[in-house]
Design a protein. Structure first.
Length: 101
């Protein structure tokens, strides 16, 4: 084998790994988009806007908190966003503050 021929499989492996990572990110985003679809149109619009424009700039722990927030019932989540109520968990409150901005 020549040096050039051994590099080709390495490049293909890196490309495959990169593609798999993108596919995983795409699947994750699709799942999050689906979870942002709520029974209230107001929540749909707010959450999807946040997901599309600000989610990628969050830290991994903030992304996890956003994912956890999506488990909140619609009426409570809307109260959080409107400032009528605040979540007890510090991490969720930090995400709510970012959503309100």
């Amino acid at each position: 084998m020549t040096a050039g021929s051994s590099a080709a499989p390495l490049i293909q492996l890196k490309e495959a790994s990169s593609t798999a990572h993108l596919d995983m990110d795409d699947r994750r985003m699709e799942r999050l988009r689906w979870r942002c679809r709520r029974g209230l149109l107001e929540l749909d619009l707010i959450l999807l806007e946040f997901l599309e424009h600000r989610f990628h700039s969050l830290t991994p722990s903030e992304q996890e908190a956003f994912t956890q927030l999506l488990s909140t019932p619609d009426n409570i989540l809307l109260a959080y966003i409107q400032g009528v109520q605040n979540p007890a968990e510090k991490e969720l409150m930090q995400i709510i503050i970012k959503i309100r901005q």
